[in-house]
Design a protein around this ligand. Structure first.
Ligand code: PHE
Length: 443
């Protein structure tokens, strides 16, 4: 039988930018600002920062280590490093990827529509009505289908020719746009108030379990952890790659983009006295209050709005690519499909599963709660236990790149003890909220 040659990244920077591309997306520029507004501003930002570095970076390293060690996508990789029963976790990962991309693509579709709107006609004069009629229905469905089509076409191109090539162009563009926007926002009258809400924590809020679990959930979603995306990307790496360095670079970049997005969103919202709207937070927040602000700025607002939605769209696309790649590479590794068929087949299936989200914001919210919050945290919890306690020689794969043996052992201790404890609290909180939401939606 002819052995398959596994695809791989062309360059180190190609891998880093693809992983940053996976991480940076709607999570940073859409979910982060509204989660921050929803949970009281700066206290949330601080806890989020802590979660990214205490829990996120170590878990990302654990995912990298499993992927590179096995050089397989999640199902095969978990089976190879931990035994046949653990393949089940791989199936959960693939299912999570399916569900997340299904609704993610609907939101990305809105982004596409807003980008075109800014370009062609300017933002609508009544943003909330516009959102209401465009977020669901046949229009939303069409944009969802188009967005999935673009995602599929890039994944069909392969790891180096599709994903890496797209990331090398798109990610520098995104950084450039978002930094430019943040600089511009600093000069808006009233920006100071926005910064204050965003950056000055009220001590009381720091200790709430709800804020903590919100921050942890946001960290996993934003860093693309807990569903095998980082594992899959690392499976295309060579043995000489420095994994700890990569995990740190990707996480810092992801945090930076979220942070900059906040530096854009809050000054703009406060400058136009729209704070009331953003605190009545929902999935639509950004799509209503930002266009409202852009509208008030006239022609300049249209241009700035265009730049913002282009950046958001770029981020969404590179993240969607990684979600589809998890499913595609599993089909290639486990069912021996060729790449084009795997990407097309799974892409179409995901598109169909997303149809209900294009027709109901409640269903969309439900997918987000279950897959985007709950399953990710569970997926990361089980992975930490597996890497910490189950696989032989967990340190070997990640040794290269740690400055000292103590730091290396410190990582293992965090994965064995700290991460499972924090995540157990989060799973309880998020699980409770998810059950409530399912009940409310069904009744
Ligand atoms: N990290 C992406 C974002 O912030 C979303 C994502 C989650 C991508 C899980 C892949 C896996 O938008």
């Amino acid at each position: 039988m002819e052995a398959r040659i596994r695809e791989g990244w062309g360059t180190r920077i190609g891998f880093i930018l693809a992983a940053v591309g996976s991480a940076v997306g709607l999570g940073n520029m859409w979910r982060f600002p509204y989660a921050t507004a929803d949970r009281g501003g700066a206290a949330f930002v601080l806890l989020y920062l802590l979660m990214v570095f205490i829990v996120g970076v170590p878990v990302m390293l654990a995912e990298f280590s499993v992927g590179r060690r096995a050089r397989l996508s999640p199902i095969g990789a978990l089976r190879a490093v931990a035994g046949p029963r653990w393949a089940a976790l791989g199936y959960v990962y693939v299912a999570t990827g399916f569900l997340i991309l299904a609704y993610y693509s609907v939101i990305a579709g809105w982004t596409m529509r807003y980008t075109l709107e800014a370009l062609l006609s300017g933002f609508s004069a009544s943003p909330s009505e516009y959102f209401e009629h465009s977020a669901t229905g046949i229009g939303a469905l069409m944009y969802h289908v188009v967005f999935m089509g673009v995602t599929i076409s890039i994944v069909v191109g392969g790891v180096k020719g599709g994903i890496e090539r797209a990331s090398l162009v798109l990610m520098p563009l995104l950084f450039f746009l978002i930094v430019g926007l943040a600089i511009w926002a600093a000069f808006q009258p009233g920006a100071g108030e926005g910064y204050q809400f965003y950056l000055r924590p009220e001590p009381g809020k720091l200790l709430s379990a709800d804020t903590l679990s919100g921050a942890a959930g946001q960290a996993f979603f934003s860093l693309s952890l807990g569903m095998g995306a980082m594992l899959t990307y690392a499976s295309y790496l060579g043995r000489d790659e420095n994994l700890p360095g990569s995990a740190a670079t990707v996480s810092v970049s992801d945090f930076a983009v979220a942070f900059f997005a906040g530096l854009v969103v809050f000054p703009v919202i406060f400058a136009f006295g729209l704070h009331g709207e953003i605190s009545a937070s929902s999935v639509g927040t950004l799509f209503i209050s930002l266009p409202a602000a852009f509208l008030k700025m006239g022609a300049a607002g249209r241009l700035v709005g265009l730049v913002f939605f282009v950046a958001l769209l770029v981020g969404a696309l590179t993240s969607a690519i990684s979600l589809l790649e998890v499913v595609t590479s599993s089909l290639i590794d486990n069912w021996k499909l060729d790449r084009a068929r795997a990407a097309l087949g799974s892409g179409i299936a995901i598109m169909l599963i997303g149809v209900p989200c294009a027709y109901s914001l409640d269903v969309l919210g439900l997918y987000d709660k279950i897959a985007g919050e709950f399953l990710l945290v569970v997926g990361a919890f089980v992975l930490a236990v597996l890497v910490g306690w189950r696989i032989p020689d967990p340190l070997g794969e990640v040794r290269k790149g740690f400055a000292s043996e103590r730091l290396l052992k410190g990582w293992l201790w965090v994965i064995r003890v700290v991460v499972p404890i924090i995540l157990a609290v989060v799973i309880y909180q998020v699980g409770k909220a998810a059950v409530e939401l399912v009940r409310a939606t069904l009744s």
